[in-house]
Design a protein around this ligand. Sequence first.
Ligand SMILES: Cc1ncc(COP(=O)(O)O)c(C=O)c1O
Length: 422
Amino acid sequence: MNASSERFAKSQEYFERAARVIPGGIYGSKSPGFLVPGHFPYYLSSASGCRIKDVDGNEFIDYLCGYGSQIVGYGNPEVDRRALAQIAVGDLLNQPHPVMVELAERLVGSVSGMDWAVFSKNGSDMTTLATSLAMAETGKQIVIAAEDAYHGATNWCSSNVFPVFASEEQRNIAYFQYNDIAGLEALFARHRGKIACVILTPYHHPTFKPQLMPSPDFFPTVERLCATEGAYFIMDDIRANYRLDAAGSHVRFDAHPQMVTMGKAMANGYPLSVLLGTKDLAVTASGFFITGTYWMSGAPMLAAMATLDEIERLGGVPRLEKLGAILKEGLESLGAAAGFGARVSGPLAIPYLTFDEDPNLYFNQRFCAAMADRGIFIHPHHNWFISLALTEKDLEITLDAARGSFAQMAAERQSFRAGPPR
Ligand SMILES: Cc1ncc(COP(=O)(O)O)c(C=O)c1O
């Protein structure tokens, strides 16, 4: 056994057992294949604040935040108190808990431009419902989306390559490059009279690539084209919600969608997602059979109310951005000092690091592996998330680890140049 396999011995053991009874062992985006084997744990057992612990007892400062869900920190006492009190007296009942009304009122009151809300569990549930509603309302079938954008794992937007999924639903999605106004105009011209909606994220967060903010004329163009076509503009805010603007990320960019989807951070890890929409869609929405066995459980909705209170109490977006700015400036300057063009892209509260001249992301993998070896969990291929549980002290520890990691990479640089396959 080498040092890294000793460090993750139990993770390895569980993974070998899993491979016998679970296809792929760990499937989807959590597959160890997306991380750097030997440097990251496969199984985590507990977490608190901004720290996660794996089954072998290794601890990490975490910058993935349960893929964004933990905005006020793992085990936030106030969120847990309110959710667990409800669990103790009954969470999933035959009829909704009254908190559903209070949460809908609160979100309609706080998310700009929205008049109604319906709840489910996953982001994919809501992006699917939003596009379906747009189709039903317009009687049209084409959905316009950005290349490399992620809207979930249901068939219409899935990246599954099996030919059987190249169904009508997938053929009706027309893609353009995020921010490419001429490309979008061309799509509208090509599909005129057939377009139900445009679904976009508030900024572009493709996997494996630097993140991209919207250009100033992007959303105004989307809105103009949608208005002319009679198509709906859906803002998929599932990844970014509450980290760009408490009133919805569209407010940050002065955009005016008719539907907004949220999930992830909205209940700090308790399963909950929401679709919000404007008045003109309410009648069609009320005619939809919107349901799921677990969709109306009360505890996650109480957690969502508590999460909103805690975000406010802990300083909200300005605090997230202050922490994110320290991380960005620290990583970029430490990278430069070690001779690397390390860039942090995207919003300050949702950063992602890439290296100049690193087409196959080998530097990314080496850096994230070196950080994981030093107790910092950052993902080489997926954007990171800042949480309000993070402190300046945690950032100091993180940047110390980064100094060591860049120095290690500088020392290894010659072998990278010879090593990585192109
Ligand atoms: C922008 C966006 N939309 C939709 C989804 C799907 O959400 P879920 O994984 O909860 O189904 C995600 C998940 O990462 C997302 O980032």
